[in-house]
Structures are given as structure tokens and as C-alpha cells.
Write a protein that binds this ligand. Structure first.
Ligand code: 5BU
Length: 575
């Protein structure tokens, strides 16, 4: 398989080629492309094109090329170009990186894939599959798949109008962890489209690997969705290598470097000084004449210094989404159902039915049912509890359309909570849609609870913050709880918290300690905020109200008032 002294034999590309070449004629573009990658090293036309490529006399399967060499080869094949280009975003750019051509240069394709895999591995993640963002990254994902014996998934750009209508091809199961591969990341939106399709199938994505991060906001956007971006190259690295090799003049280098600096909106990478300068700029830019896009960028820059949660909370102000849109995004049936109910019933009110007799509880729930999206129970305070209570509760949940959340606050090790959740007197997992847990014991608690409900569609709410004075759930504890939720988002659907903690629209934020009139607590540590403070200022999603309704002269009228106040505060986010 040697040609002009070059060694083209690449065993990891040989195996499946015959299967790929026998695919039926109606194969999709993606599948055709994969087949083409696998058989491309046999094409004679390609052999001729290879002659344009830099000599690779020393090239062998075992030889790794340096990053510098890789950059030079990418330049030689016109994958990196200088001039005036309009990017997909509309931005004028003096540099254009287009890796579509590398399918014509299998040697380079394989080397790029090796670097991508190295970068992904350094992130420490374990993957059950790999998926390329269509189309340019498909062959890269194929190379990684075949060289690492890692199953590949193909995300369709459009659903087929016949057959399965699936957006993701390949064999997988919910909970599989997939590595997403991309050639160039600018804003991160193409990666997120692929992630969304995978998530809809229950596939978990925590890592994305990219050859080039253009450092224009993609990294932070992905991180906000819980996805870590691993990149092989930066634009500055490419410039340095090409300048040293005499491929570009210093004027072009200066122009491109300025472009990169001016368009750098990766908040995680911002320096203290730049952030301070941007804060001042943000204040100045906060005028009617400032274009919205610029204002948003300035806000991102201005918050680069706070704690991650402060940053997030401020960023989030610009990114509120309607319940209906969030329902569509949600992959977990419980969060989807809850957002749908909130939208349809125009209610973000959860009723905390903290009474001690079953009949009283059921009577109240039946009356306030039309005004609420959720009933929160403390089933262990009912002095006359029998399983009939939960049967009746479920009937009311159907009648009035609300979800049931048992505020059990599990806090033990996984094995114990597994029994507590499914067994004992209350058999909570058989009737509650949602249940909450403290994160203090580590994520074994999440796994234990998940096992207890046997893959049924129950959701877990993690307690990231509390409403009581002097509580310890803050700072690093809260941040670690958010990370724990992100890592277990197939079961954790949200938080008990005092404010919005993450920009991930699939997580639902629920806040207890709500009264229309605040000022005093209850003498036992409870602290109250108003619906407006919680929904409008703190951007939580659900208000949990107990005594504000229970102790009112007319609980139904009070529930209606809380419903209206909570929904009005939500609506005001969009005006
Ligand atoms: P209240 O009557 O609205 O104060 O009741 C609040 C309910 O929310 C009550 O059932 C508490 O157990 C529950 N709660 C809370 O108040 N604060 C918290 O941090 C958590 C739960 Br977690």
C-alpha cells in the first residue's frame, strides 16, 4: 500500500469498508459520507490530489506528527486561509478555518483525529460512544470510533420522513455517555444542536472535543449547559507557527490577533483587569443606544470576576425562557410535565399541605387544586396516615392536574435511602412524582434513590439552599450540589434554592419560605421572601407556600392571590 514512498496502510480504517460500500442506494448523506471516508484510501483520484500535500516520506502508522507540523499541513491544504470572510454569524473575519477539505487527505484526517482523542482523554471522561457534529466532524468521529473501537452515533440534520424518524442513528441506550466531536467551535450553537438531539434520546453528553476553539464565547456557552470543551488548537497558536515558518506576514498576524482579541468573549478566560475594564464599559454601554448584542457581551465580560454562582445568576438575567419553551427542551418527563402544567394552568404555585390529618389535607388540596401546579407533602406528619391517603391524593392530582412532591429530604447513604424511598410505611416511590434529597452524603444518594424507583419516571430535587436562618447550604456546598445535579441529570430535575443557580433550562428551581407579607419569620428560623422577590429578582421558577395559604381566613382566595402574584412576577420577566 505504499505510494511514492508514503505509507498509506491504515489498519483501523480497513475493517468496515466493505460493509459501508454495500449500503443501499437510498442511504443518507451522512452515511454516504462515512462510507466514503472508510474507502477513500483506495481512490486513484485521491492519490493524485495527495501530491499537492506536503511530502510525508517519514509518515508511518507509528509516527506521530507534532502540532506544528499538523498546523503547516492544514495550511498547505487550504484548511486555514487568510483574507476577508463572512462567518455564519455575519461577523467579518480575516481568517477562515475550513476543515471540510481534510476528507481528501486521509493522513491528515487521521492525525487530527488522534489529537482530538488525546485532548478528550486528558479530560478524564469515560465514553460509551462518539458522535460528530454534522457534517465536517463526521469523518473525524469515524476515525476516533474505528481507532479506539468506540461505537459511533450519527446525528441526522433532518428527521427521515419514512421509517423510524429517528434523529440519532446507531445502537444506544438511555444513560450512555457520548463524546461529541467538532472541527471548529465559535459560538457553540452547532454543538448544542447535536447535544440536544442526543439528549432527547436519553444520551448523556458531558464533553465535547474540538480541533479549534475560536474563543468567541462557545466554551462558556457549552459550560453553562454542563458540557466541558476540550480543544487542540487556538487561533494564536496557528498564527505563531505560520509566522515562524514564513507562511504569513507580520501585518496579517497582527490583524488576525487583533480580530481574535476584539472578539474574545469567553468569560471563563477573562483576566481580572479586562473584567474590570469591561464592567466600566458595561455601565457606559447600558444606554438606549447600545445594541442588545453588545450589551449582552458587555454583561458577560463585566461579571467575569464573581463566584461562579454570582456570575451565573447575573448572566441568567439575560436568558429567561418561557415555561412552554423549557417544556419542549426537557428530556426528563417530570420536568417536561411540570413546565407544561405551569404554562397551561398559568401557575407557578406549589401548595405545601402541612396539616396533620388526612381528611383535612385532601379537602384543602381539592379546593386549591385549580390554582396550583404542584402539591408538596410531608407524609410523615399525618397522624392518621393510611395508604388510602396517597390513593386519594393521586385521584386529585388527575382531577386538577398537578404533580406530587414528597418533601422527604433524604440524607443517608445510597443503600439506606433506597429502602426508605421504596419501602417502610409510606412506599413513597410508588406515589410521589418528585422527591428531594440533601447532597451532603455524596451522589450515592442519587443512585440509591434512582435504583429504588426502578427506572420509572420519578424525578429528584436536590436541596442546594435552604430558607431557614443560619443554614449551612451555601457557597461551595451549593456549587458542588449544582455540579452533582449536572452529573446526574437523568434523574435530578431541579433544586430547592433561594434563587436561580444554573442557566440550564431543564433544571427547575423551587423556593420555599414565601409569603405575600414578609418582615417577620415564624420564630423557629423560617425566613420569608415575596413571590416577586423570588420569581422576578431571584429568577426561581416555583414558589412553595404553606402557612401563607393554610393560615389564611380563606385558603382558596389566598391560593388564588399567590397564583396571581407568582404568575405576574413571571410575566414581568418578559416585559
Ligand atoms: P411555610 O409554611 O410556607 O413556611 O412552609 C414551607 C414548607 O417548605 C415547609 O413544608 C418546609 O418544610 C419546607 N421547606 C422550607 O420551608 N425551607 C426549606 O429550605 C426547605 C423546605 Br428544603
Amino acid at each position: 500500500m505504499s505510494d511514492n514512498g508514503m505509507l498509506y496502510f491504515q489498519p483501523w480504517l480497513c475493517g468496515p469498508s466493505s460493509a459501508a460500500s454495500t449500503r443501499p442506494a437510498d442511504q443518507s448523506d451522512e452515511v454516504k459520507m462515512l462510507g466514503a471516508v472508510l474507502i477513500s484510501h483506495t481512490s486513484t483520484a485521491l492519490q493524485r490530489r495527495r501530491e499537492r500535500c506536503v511530502k510525508m516520506a517519514d509518515y508511518s502508522v507509528a509516527t506521530r506528527i507534532s502540532l506544528e507540523e499538523l498546523i503547516l499541513r492544514l495550511y498547505d491544504i487550504d484548511a486555514v486561509k487568510f483574507g476577508e470572510f463572512t462567518l455564519k454569524s455575519g461577523t467579518e473575519s480575516p481568517i477562515y478555518i475550513d476543515l471540510r477539505v481534510i476528507v481528501s487527505y486521509p493522513e491528515i484526517l487521521v492525525r487530527v483525529a488522534e489529537y482530538l482523542w488525546d485532548a478528550a482523554k486528558q479530560g478524564g471522561g469515560k465514553f460509551m460512544s462518539v458522535c460528530g457534529v454534522p457534517y465536517t466532524a463526521l469523518p473525524l468521529a469515524t476515525c476516533i470510533s474505528t481507532s479506539q473501537n468506540l461505537p459511533m452515533l450519527v446525528r441526522r440534520k433532518e428527521a427521515k420522513d419514512y421509517g423510524t424518524k429517528k434523529m440519532v442513528e446507531g445502537h444506544y441506550k438511555a444513560g450512555d455517555i457520548c463524546l461529541v466531536v467538532e472541527d471548529v467551535v465559535t459560538s457553540g450553537s452547532s454543538v448544542l444542536e447535536t447535544v440536544e438531539s442526543l439528549k432527547q434520546e436519553g444520551i448523556v453528553v458531558r464533553d465535547c472535543v474540538v480541533l479549534l476553539d475560536r474563543e468567541q464565547g462557545g466554551r462558556s456557552k457549552l459550560e453553562m449547559q454542563g458540557i466541558k470543551l476540550h480543544s487542540v488548537l487556538t487561533v494564536n497558536q496557528i498564527l505563531d507557527v505560520l509566522e515562524t515558518a514564513g507562511k504569513v506576514d507580520s501585518e496579517t498576524v497582527a490583524k488576525v490577533k487583533k480580530f481574535v482579541a476584539d472578539n474574545r468573549f469567553d468569560i471563563m478566560a477573562m483576566s481580572h483587569a479586562a473584567a474590570a475594564a469591561a464592567a466600566a464599559a458595561a455601565a457606559a454601554a447600558n444606554t438606549a443606544s447600545a445594541a442588545n448584542g453588545n450589551k449582552r457581551k458587555m454583561e458577560e465580560l463585566a461579571i467575569a470576576n464573581g463566584s461562579p454562582i454570582e456570575k451565573q445568576a447575573k448572566l441568567n438575567k439575560a436568558e429567561v425562557m418561557k415555561y412552554r419553551d423549557r417544556a419542549q427542551l426537557c428530556s426528563h418527563p417530570m420536568s417536561k410535565a411540570l413546565f407544561q402544567l405551569m404554562d397551561e394552568k398559568k401557575s407557578n404555585l406549589a401548595f405545601s399541605v402541612d396539616v396533620t390529618e388526612c381528611a383535612k389535607a385532601l379537602e384543602l388540596i381539592d379546593k386549591v387544586g385549580p390554582h396550583i401546579c404542584l402539591v408538596k407533602t410531608h407524609v410523615d406528619i399525618l397522624s392518621d396516615y393510611t395508604p388510602d391517603f396517597t390513593k386519594e391524593l393521586q385521584k386529585l392530582a388527575e382531577k386538577h392536574r398537578f404533580l406530587v412532591f414528597e418533601d422527604r429530604k433524604f440524607a443517608d447513604i445510597g443503600n439506606t435511602v433506597k429502602h426508605q424511598f421504596s419501602g417502610g410505611l409510606y412506599k413513597i416511590s410508588s406515589w410521589a412524582d418528585l422527591v428531594n434529597a440533601h447532597s451532603v452524603s455524596g451522589d450515592g444518594i442519587i443512585k440509591g434513590l434512582k435504583e429504588a424507583c426502578n427506572e420509572s419516571n420519578k424525578g429528584c430535587i436536590l436541596i442546594a439552599e435552604m430558607s431557614s436562618s443560619g443554614n449551612l447550604a451555601k457557597g461551595e456546598y451549593t456549587e458542588a450540589t449544582v455540579r452533582m445535579a449536572e452529573e446526574n441529570d437523568d434523574f435530578v430535575v431541579g433544586f430547592i434554592c433561594q434563587r436561580r443557580l444554573t442557566d440550564n433550562p431543564e433544571f427547575i428551581h423551587m423556593t420555599p419560605g414565601i409569603q405575600l407579607k414578609t418582615g417577620s419569620g415564624d420564630g423557629l428560623g423560617q425566613q420569608y421572601l415575596t413571590p416577586e422577590q423570588v420569581i422576578k429578582e431571584n429568577q426561581s421558577d416555583v414558589i412553595i407556600v404553606g402557612r401563607g395559604i393554610l393560615q389564611a381566613e380563606d385558603p382558596v382566595a389566598a391560593a388564588q392571590q399567590y397564583q396571581e402574584a407568582g404568575y405576574k412576577a413571571y410575566k414581568s420577566l418578559f416585559t
